[in-house]
Design a protein around this ligand. Structure first.
Ligand code: ARG
Length: 369
């Protein structure tokens, strides 16, 4: 998961390529092409120290990476991942255009499409493109005299953007600019066009006062800071998205004390005594927040899943993988929803957290102090 970018080594590249090609082409029922393709890659690496994936390898490799993502509960849908090939866009402007198109395609008016856009991978150890944002759409966070405004998780990145001349409006929900690093230039900043940011105001199905909290969230989480490794190649810019599970927003982004931290206010409004742990005010506030998020996304026709349904889908994924003769790996602490976890089958099982490739890996943020 946290694994540094491996050092460039053409021998290892060939070995990793071979392993990937065998598995990929076997899964695609193209066994007869394996030896020929490996020979081709071998001479390509001998001549250039590098090789390029075909469109089919790229598509299936990216889908395998999702299937291998141990922390993801949504993996039932790995085969439906839409793979966009943007390897020919390497200027900051070109990358920016692709990211905008990704947002539009993935958002799809609320009928969210799981999508990944792949930019040129590292070539002989040299990085071509990197996106500094954690997600393509995310809210800024500002330190003020009255505490943090916005998302406290974005403080450092926001400061970096401000140091480059960006100015946010200073609300709780300012969309951060895109920061794109290429070989040619210093990282460049671009605003995300407003019309590409679908957002959902949070209201509650039963409590009219809920909208007075002024909560909102964006529709599509596009993780953009992870590297994707396929067949020994490092895709350092490979933003990908699915749709949200409501607990990610309601329990964690809104509920965590070091994020928007709204449980005390919600509990207050519900008329609960927040000085007594044993009246379970936090639990009740969590449930109402989750109902509000699910209700609001549904009201606006934006795709979202509740944690019970997501767990059932994950169970179906486990059955399908077993039928395909593959072991499911998983990180139980991440697969468990952050509330009501014992009501899901995941709670009652063990998971092997071995990391298979293709996969997504974290890197230290370039702006971190
Ligand atoms: N947990 C992250 C967030 O709240 C999103 C991570 C990806 N989630 C997803 N459903 N694909 O923004």
């Amino acid at each position: 998961m946290h694994a540094p970018v491996p050092e460039y080594d053409p021998e290892r590249l060939l070995a990793d390529a071979e392993t990937f090609i065998r598995q990929c082409y076997t899964e695609l029922d193209r066994e007869d092409e394996i030896e020929g393709r490996i020979a081709e890659i071998e001479s390509e690496i001998e001549e250039t120290g590098h090789y390029e994936h075909t469109a089919a390898e790229l598509e299936h490799g990216a889908r395998m990476a999702w299937r291998n993502s141990n922390r993801c509960i949504g993996r039932l849908f790995w085969e439906s991942l839409n793979v966009r090939d943007a390897r020919d866009r390497s200027s900051a402007e070109g990358v920016y255009e692709e990211l905008c198109e990704h947002l539009e395609y993935a958002t799809n008016g609320g009928d969210i499409r799981p999508t990944i856009t792949l930019f040129e991978p590292m070539v002989r150890g040299d990085q071509q493109v990197r996106i500094w944002n954690y997600q393509l759409i995310r809210y800024a966070g500002y330190e003020t005299d009255d505490g943090v405004v916005g998302d406290p998780d974005s403080l450092e990145f926001t400061e970096y953007c401000q140091s480059k001349g960006w100015e946010g409006e200073g609300t709780d929900y300012d969309v951060l600019p895109l920061v794109i690093e290429t070989t040619e230039e210093e990282p460049e900043l671009f605003e995300v066009p407003e019309e590409l940011v679908l957002e959902v105001p949070i209201t509650h199905p039963d409590y009219a006062w809920f909208d007075e909290l002024g909560l909102q969230w964006y529709a599509v989480p596009v993780v953009s800071n992870m590297r994707l490794e396929i067949g020994g190649l490092q895709y350092t810019a490979a933003p990908f998205n699915g749709w949200y599970m409501a607990t990610e927003i309601a329990a964690r982004n809104f509920g965590d004390e070091d994020r928007y931290d709204v449980l005390p206010e919600v509990a207050d409004r519900l008329g609960l005594n927040t000085n007594r742990n044993r009246n379970l005010w936090k639990d009740e506030a969590l449930v109402e927040l989750n109902r509000a998020v699910l209700h609001s996304f549904e009201r606006d026709g934006v795709k979202i899943v509740d944690h019970h349904t997501a767990a059932e889908q994950f169970e179906a994924f486990e059955r399908r993988e077993e039928a395909a003769g593959r072991d499911v790996t998983g990180d139980r602490s991440w697969l468990l929803p952050p509330m009501s976890s014992s009501t899901t089958h995941i709670f009652h099982k063990k998971y092997d957290n071995e990391i298979n490739t293709p996969n997504f890996f974290y890197r230290p943020a370039p702006y971190e102090k």
